[in-house]
Design a protein around this ligand. Structure first.
Ligand code: ADP
Length: 806
């Protein structure tokens, strides 16, 4: 019984009881018996939705009650705020909860006063690198979805971070929450933890495959679900469960469905189709409430995605994927939990963590395109099991149903073998790969966890990789390669066995950059400083087209690439030393006169988009031609030699980076969000993501410029602020004021108010008109700009009304 739990802050057991949590679920009880409320480390490998979060809460709350401090590590940023909101209900018992997201390069000192801190593994890694002092005070760390150590991109960070936290705090309690995986004992061994392994679920789950006109379930039962000739299976399954009134007692208008598909485009297309199914089944009251939610969705942003989503939601259906704005996501999730939205078509991100159970789960696509593999690949059993685990709402549904779709009997049998009867794969560490070790070895040295090659190997010996490997020499080999790389790029210095981080190396580690990104940025900035004069001339020469002609000549000579083209540009009489030659060296002491800034914003955007820290946009069909042409046109702005078209892979990457850079340029040129989403085929959430990454990388570039060549600092900072605010340079000052976004800044500017200082002097009625008559906004803006008398009371109503809309 939760009421009998010892060691928790007073009031907590009663609170749990009031929430309806009177008894622990069996795996939770096992965890308590294993000592999770007494500081023991634990690995809990149990199915989705079987109450892992409570295990974590019990561990953290009892740790705090003993005078300690707890950290909860989430795999996705979107989950951080969700978890914080969940834990905040403990604040009435004196527990302070903080979430640490945002910049990767700060130490977050304010977190020192929090009892429970929620953060992503990347954020924790960066806090450790920045020597956040409170890290020493941690007594309990929870790793949510620890099976993700298997993920080659993000797993190593979690693995190394847990290792460092344990090294800093030898007595640290580690609570690792995992989906059911093939080898939870490996994880327990690695973490020196007790293991609770269970298949128990709070609500029965029936798994099956739909084929023909029926679902066949794992218990041998069948359910007829007819599909009309030429119709699709998914709408039939969604309609079937909506028309079912469950256990017969609860006339609840049937059950909702979650449909998992393999791409965003499919999620949207599927939701549109399913809206026709749900629309017919809505009550007029539901219609009214859904219309309101649809309006809220439109209010978030006026993009095409927003519009499509609102149209679906008005009819009782929705889609959900990582391209959605965060506000859209939570509106959809809430309305689904309130059972207003009857079906969500989602990409698998929804399966990872967000608590949106539903009566029926339909795994429509069990294959997805894999770029590395070059074709369609079946999903992991683990992933499919996590999606299926979302079926069934405890206390509401008699049981959950998870259904895969087959077009023929063979596939049906294959799906039973592959997913329904199968156990999840074992988790394998992905640490022994160069990209992972590049960043983590540098950080390990820079933050003082190791000072020698031997010490590094010792540290690595504490990882899951070391627990699992049957290839003992491998880690050592990769370590040596990586050390060579770091030394060659000036990030570490070696002296015999000793390894120390250089000043740049420290900066790179603190900034949380992949050393390869840092090397790319440093090379680009050095290149820019070496080619400054020459490129500026080229940019000036652009006007009469001579540069382009020259470039066309150079194309003939394929091997020369485009770099030669720029070298051949004539110097147009601006060659002050009069030798008329193209030798940039000879111009060293002569300032070339121009108003242009160099590097340009596009050049810098392209530079940071080339780094492995930026996910680039894909080139779609037709893009190659478009961006090859753009590449010719803007080549003088790009920082580095354009690879020749014959270097297929590198050239392709160069163009993808250019496409991504152009998106950023559009954003910084104040192009409407809507236009951008259309032009690049992305969602508003993607624009946010690219903008935030670019802001971070340019911030890092600004600091690196300071270390190597201060002349680029100003243009880099300007480019950073332009993406940050999404404005041209003349608006940077205005857009930096709290409450003034890119659109308001532009309207103020057009009304003749160009700076913060102007705002302090301006005629209030002009400000009010530029802000479309919003008095409260105008007052806030004036106050934020430092105006002494921000009140709008002295602007007459009549004045404001007469003013035209800016
Ligand atoms: P998981 O993290 O394992 O996917 P959650 O922690 O989200 O699962 O739990 C799913 C739901 O079960 C939550 O709504 C939670 O409040 C509820 N729950 C957890 N433990 C209990 C319990 N002992 N009794 C009743 N409900 C519980």
């Amino acid at each position: 019984k939760t009421a009998d739990l010892a060691g928790l802050p007073p009031g907590v057991p009663e609170h749990l009881r009031d929430e309806g949590i009177e008894e622990l679920y069996p795996p939770q009880a096992e965890a308590v018996e294993a000592g999770v409320t007494a500081g023991e480390s634990l690995v809990a490998s149990v199915p989705t939705a079987s109450g892992k979060t409570l295990v974590a809460e019990l561990a953290m709350l009892s740790a705090v009650e003993r005078g300690g401090k707890a950290l909860y590590i989430v795999p996705l940023r979107a989950l951080a705020s969700e978890k914080k909101a969940e834990f905040e209900r403990w604040e009435e018992y004196g527990i302070d909860v903080g979430v640490s997201t945002g910049n990767y390069d700060s130490s977050g000192e304010w977190l020192a006063s929090q009892d429970i801190i929620v953060a992503t593994s990347e954020k924790v890694d960066s806090l450790v690198r920045n020597n956040a002092p409170w890290v020493d005070d941690l007594s309990c760390v929870v790793a949510d979805e620890v099976h993700l150590v298997d993920d080659s991109h993000r797993g190593p960070t979690l693995e190394v971070t847990l290792g460092k936290l344990r090294k800093i705090n030898p007595g640290l309690q580690v609570v690792a929450l995992s989906a059911t995986v093939g080898n939870p004992e490996d994880i327990a061994e690695w973490l020196d933890a007790e293991l609770v392994e269970s298949e128990w679920r709070p609500i029965d789950l029936k798994m099956g495959v739909h084929y023909g006109n029926a679902i066949t379930f794992d218990d041998g039962s069948q359910r007829e679900v007819r599909v009309g000739k030429g119709d699709r299976q998914t709408p039939a399954l969604v309609a079937d469960i909506l028309d079912d009134d469950g256990d017969g007692e609860d006339d609840d208008g049937g059950g909702s469905s979650l449909v998992f598909v393999n791409s965003r485009r499919n999620a949207e297309a599927s939701a549109k189709r399913l809206a026709d199914v749900t629309e017919k089944r809505l009550t007029s009251e539901e219609r009214g409430e859904l219309a309101e939610i649809a309006q809220e969705i439109r209010d978030v942003s006026d993009t095409e995605t927003s519009d499509t989503l609102a149209n679906c939601v008005a009819k009782g259906a929705a889609f959900h994927h990582a391209g959605l704005a965060a506000d859209h996501r939570s509106l959809v999730e809430d309305a689904f939990r309130e059972r207003l939205i009857k079906v969500i078509s989602a990409t698998p991100t929804l399966a990872a963590g967000v608590n949106t159970p539903s009566r029926r789960v339909i795994v429509r696509d069990w294959q997805r395109y894999d770029g590395d593999f070059g074709g369609m690949k079946p999903l992991d059993v683990l992933e499919v099991h996590q999606m299926m685990g979302r079926a069934g709402r405890p206390g509401l549904d008699p049981y959950g149903e998870a259904v895969l779709l087959a077009k023929n009997a063979d596939t049906r049998d294959e799906l039973f073998e592959r997913y329904i009867w199968a156990d999840a794969e074992p988790v394998r560490s992905k640490l022994a790969a160069e990209p992972a070790l590049r960043t983590h070895l540098l950080a390990t040295v820079a933050s003082g966890f190791a000072h020698t090659r031997e010490g590094l190997l010792e540290f690595l010996d504490q990882t899951l990789y070391a627990t699992q490997t049957d290839e003992p020499g491998r880690l050592e080999r990769v370590t040596d390669n990586v050390l060579d790389y770091l030394e060659a790029n000036g990030f570490v210095e070696r002296d015999g066995d000793g390894v120390t981080a250089t000043s740049v190396g420290h900066t790179v580690s603190r900034l949380y950059l992949d050393p390869m990104s840092a090397a790319e940025i440093i090379d680009g900035l050095r290149w820019a400083s070496d080619h400054r004069e020459e490129k500026l001339r080229e940019l000036e020469g652009e006007a009469d087209g001579s540069a382009r002609e020259n470039r066309a000549d150079a194309e003939v000579d394929a091997d020369a690439g485009f770099q030669r083209a720029s070298e051949m540009v004539p110097e147009e009489g601006t060659d002050a030393d009069g030798d008329g030659g193209g030798d940039a060296e000879s111009d060293d002491d002569v300032e070339f006169e121009t108003d242009r800034t160099y590097p340009t914003a596009l050049g810098l955007f392209h530079l940071v988009c080339r780094t492995p820290d930026m996910y680039q946009l894909y080139l779609k069909s037709g893009d190659r031609e478009e961006y090859t042409e753009l590449c010719y046109e803007r080549e003088p702005e790009l920082l580095g030699n354009t690879p020749s078209e014959y270097e297929d892979v590198r050239f392709e990457e160069w163009l993808s980076a250019l496409k991504t850079a152009r998106l950023l340029e559009d954003w910084a040129d104040e192009v409407d969000e809507d236009r951008i989403t259309e032009r690049y085929g992305v969602g508003p959430g993607d624009i946010r993501g690219k903008v935030e990454t670019a802001e971070w990388l340019l911030g890092a570039a600004e600091q690196l410029a300071g270390e190597i060549d201060a002349s680029a600092t100003v243009p880099v900072r300007e480019a950073k602020m332009r993406v940050q605010y999404g404005v041209r340079d003349e608006l940077i000052d205005l857009a930096g004021i709290r409450g003034v976004g890119r659109k308001r800044a532009r309207r103020l500017f057009e009304a003749g108010i160009q700076t913060r200082a102007d705002l302090r002097e301006a005629d209030k009625s002009v400000v009010l008109a530029a802000l479309r008559g919003r008095r409260k906004t105008a007052e806030n803006v004036l106050e934020a700009a430092g105006r002494k008398d921000p009140s709008m009371d002295d602007v007459r109503e009549a004045d404001a009304e007469d003013l035209p809309e800016a």
